[in-house]
Design a protein around this ligand. Structure first.
Ligand SMILES: NC(=O)c1ccc[n+]([C@@H]2O[C@H](COP(=O)([O-])OP(=O)(O)OC[C@H]3O[C@@H](n4cnc5c(N)ncnc54)[C@H](OP(=O)(O)O)[C@@H]3O)[C@@H](O)[C@H]2O)c1
Length: 249
């Protein structure tokens, strides 16, 4: 198993992407520390992981509570001995409106929340990773420099902001042996409920790819586990494209 005895903290682990990553890490032997605001959702993900023989613990923490995030990271290291993988995939506020119509206040709040959340969780992990001279920070979403879709409001701008953070963190943490990588996605159809009303959106994600199929939750877990493992030790300061050709280079 490529993540045997690694300790992974997943913020937003009750969601589509967070649970996919946690399940991917756990399947490769990692201890998963699942963080979110709703105990029941986290418990359900932990139960799925344990049912397959994996290891998972849960903690109810709001990532905007800086002290609680730092305390949780400290507690993980105290209990498990290291913090090897950190990823924050909490839901961000998405305002799908043309910029000409968008409320400046709402836009600024969404961007501030996104950057604040990513800074808080990455700082909490990075302190420990610097001390232990190893670790992997993952981001999810990535940046498509060819994007020409109107009406995305704060969404693409937010992805680009996170990519800016990813570049800066990579520059600052690389000399400490810590890698920083994003997964670039064209969208995961399983994010939408499997109901007739969302069929067109799910189908659109598949049709936008070159392979005729968009990445699944399982694909997210497999690639995230690979990137976080020693097999991915040459990857940092980059995004790994899991868009099945929906986004080219
Ligand atoms: N799904 C996709 O196709 C896709 C594509 C590109 C980018 N992304 C990005 O990936 C992220 C996750 O997407 P998703 O589809 O997995 O979303 P999701 O299913 O809504 O999951 C987000 C999780 O974040 C948790 N959360 C929200 N606010 C939190 C807070 N303040 N503190 C702690 N936990 C919090 C939520 O649980 P609680 O409310 O219970 O805490 C929820 O479990 C989003 O930022 C999205 O923009 C997703």
């Amino acid at each position: 198993m490529i993540l045997a005895d690694k300790n992974a903290v997943i913020y937003g682990a009750g969601g589509t992407i967070g649970s996919a990553m946690a399940e991917g890490f756990a399947a490769e032997g990692a201890n998963c520390f699942l963080v979110g605001r709703t105990a029941a959702t986290l418990d359900a993900v932990a139960a799925r992981i344990r049912a397959r023989g994996g290891r998972a613990e849960t903690a109810v923490v709001d990532v905007f509570d800086a002290a609680a995030v730092a305390d949780h990271a400290d507690a993980v290291v105290e209990k498990a001995g290291s913090l090897d993988i950190s990823v924050n995939v909490i839901a961000q506020t998405s305002i799908f409106q043309p910029l000409i119509d968008i409320s400046v206040t709402d836009f600024a709040k969404a961007m501030s929340d996104l950057v604040t959340s990513q800074l808080l969780t990455t700082k909490a992990a990075a302190r420990h990773m610097i001390a232990q001279k190893s670790g992997v920070i993952l981001f999810f979403g990535g940046s498509d420099p060819t994007s020409k879709v109107a009406g995305l409001g704060n969404v693409q701008v937010g992805f680009d902001a996170v990519e800016g953070l990813r570049r800066q963190w990579a520059a600052e943490l690389g000399p400490h042996g810590v890698r920083v990588v994003s997964l670039l996605t064209g969208g995961i159809p399983e994010s939408f409920p499997d109901i007739p009303e969302t069929e067109a959106a799910r189908q659109g994600m598949h049709e936008a790819t070159l392979l005729g199929r968009a990445a699944s939750r399982a694909d997210v877990g497999h690639v995230a586990a690979f990137v976080a493992s020693e097999h991915g030790r040459s990857l940092t300061a980059t995004q790994v494209n899991i868009s099945c050709g929906a986004v080219g280079d």
